[in-house]
Write a new protein. Structure first.
Length: 474
């Protein structure tokens, strides 16, 4: 174990890495059910396809994460990317409309797009082109990625992660509809019968947050994981006492047998190349480029931001083994397409494991094993309440703001791009889009201040690519 992961060199222990792996997994376990929900219209396209995507999510996440552990020895965990999966579902629906194929046939055709994207990324990673793109991002922007991701995590924790539906509709969000209300009465009228559940969610979220802070103050390792467990118990108790709901009721009828047969019939190695050709080459090229741009900068942003928090960057702001980490991401994407899911990418929730002390690939191994186990214990993972994971996301997001101190605020070419990026990431919900706006603003400022020569050729190219993406409809 020591020889494989160099635990002592990285200042960690087996126990710390296990706790970190469990922490990361718990903060992102929601993807196991949410990904097949999004890709199949919440089961509207049939239980067989849902089951296939469910198993693909577990398998592709595990294999991509194992690649990260063994190739790069980093504590980063991968899964089908949020945003990219929604885009994939939209693309699949468009293919249905364009070709007249069934949803399943269109889904299998769209998987070929992901397969091509993964192959492209493997080639770019081997040729070090993706690593050069990372280095082309100005240092000030790289330093600002961590705080921007931190605000994005807080936004998820306070917002979308605690969302409810009630008699008055929905979804209702904690930050907008609960904290954003003028008075408690106004919030109650807005949320309707979801109000009491929202109160329980918010109380749970803050109890978990302050338990994490208190345990961390006592220097107790695994404080994030323990805080999430305490928050879960609080939420379960609240459900039982105030709503007379048994939080474990679903386990009585849950199936613990993985639906491998459904996967074999719908998604496993079901790449539909004939349907892929019917999409049209111009559309294919456009879609592949779009997926590549979004995935590339989401991954780069997550790796740089999380590595910065873990103090894994060198003096130039570069992460050792970046090439191997990017290659792992590409491998995960290829495996995802072969098993039946959208683009697999490094998850920003990996920051929670880093905060729990994870510093090596052993953290990733633990999380990867948990994904595989979830093929058998998915019903257990499903009962972890969202407000408990919010506690961890908010805490980690707050800590990531610490990197702001490394940015030179007297230099407008650093301040303006970082400020725009910090605001853009949570609003757009995309790490890549935030970085793109930062690059564009950095380049324009340098041009306007007569310092055009300080901008690298690759930075100009990246800025132009993002301008084309944002402003030219295709």
């Amino acid at each position: 174990m020591e020889k494989l992961f160099q635990l002592k060199k990285n200042g960690t222990t087996v126990r710390t890495e296990i706790v970190a792996g469990l922490t990361t997994f718990m903060t992102m376990a929601y993807i196991i059910a949410l990904n097949p929900n999004l890709l199949t219209g919440f089961g509207a396209e049939g239980q067989n396809l849902w089951n296939g995507v469910f198993l693909a999510t577990c398998i592709a996440s595990a294999i991509g994460t194992f690649a990260m552990a063994f190739l790069a020895n980093k504590p980063f965990v991968m899964a089908p990317g949020m945003g990219l999966n929604s885009f994939f579902a939209i693309v699949t629906g468009n293919i249905v409309a364009m070709t007249g194929m069934t949803y399943l046939e269109s889904f299998q055709s769209a998987l070929v797009i992901i397969f091509v994207e993964g192959i492209v990324f493997i080639i770019l990673s081997i040729l070090n082109i993706r690593e050069k793109i990372v280095k082309a991002i100005p240092l000030g922007v790289r330093l600002g990625i961590g705080p921007a991701i931190g605000l994005m995590l807080m936004n998820i924790g306070f917002g979308s992660n605690v969302s409810l539906y009630g008699s008055n509709g929905g979804p209702f969000y904690a930050m907008r509809d609960f904290f954003g209300s003028l008075t408690a009465k106004f919030a109650q009228d807005t949320l309707g019968d979801a109000y009491n559940t929202m109160v329980l969610s918010v109380v749970t979220m803050f109890i978990g947050l302050f338990v994490i802070i208190a345990l961390n103050h006592k220097k107790i390792k695994g404080s994030v994981l323990y805080g999430m467990l305490v928050a879960s118990v609080v939420y379960w108790a609240g459900e039982a006492i105030f709503f007379e709901v048994n939080p474990f009721e679903s386990l009585k009828t849950a199936s613990f047998i993985p639906p491998f047969k459904d996967m074999a019939e719908t998604t496993l190695f079901k790449l539909n190349f004939n349907g892929f050709v019917e999409i049209g080459w111009f559309t294919i090229i456009t879609l592949v480029i779009t997926f590549c741009i979004i995935d590339m900068f989401d991954t780069i942003g997550t790796l740089v931001g999380t590595a910065s928090r873990a103090k894994m960057l060198d003096k130039e702001g570069n992460m050792p083994q970046m090439k191997q980490a990017l290659l792992s991401d590409a491998i995960g994407t290829v495996v995802g397409s072969a098993t039946g899911t959208s683009t697999v990418t490094t998850f920003v929730e990996s920051a929670s494991g880093v905060e729990a002390g994870g510093r090596t690939g052993l953290t990733a191994i633990v999380a990867g094993i948990m994904f595989l186990l979830c093929m058998f214990i998915a019903p257990i993972a499903a009962i972890i309440p969202a407000p408990a994971t919010s506690s961890a996301l908010i805490y980690v997001g707050i800590l990531m703001f610490g990197n702001l101190k490394d940015i030179n605020f007297a230099d407008l070419s650093q301040l303006v791009p970082v400020a725009i990026m910090i605001l853009a990431m949570p609003i757009s919900g995309s790490i890549g889009h935030g970085i793109g706006l930062a690059l564009i603003s950095y380049t324009i400022i340098k041009l306007c201040t007569g310092k055009a020569k300080e901008v690298s050729v690759l930075t100009y190219i990246l800025s132009l690519i993002f301008i084309l993406k944002f402003f030219i409809p295709v």
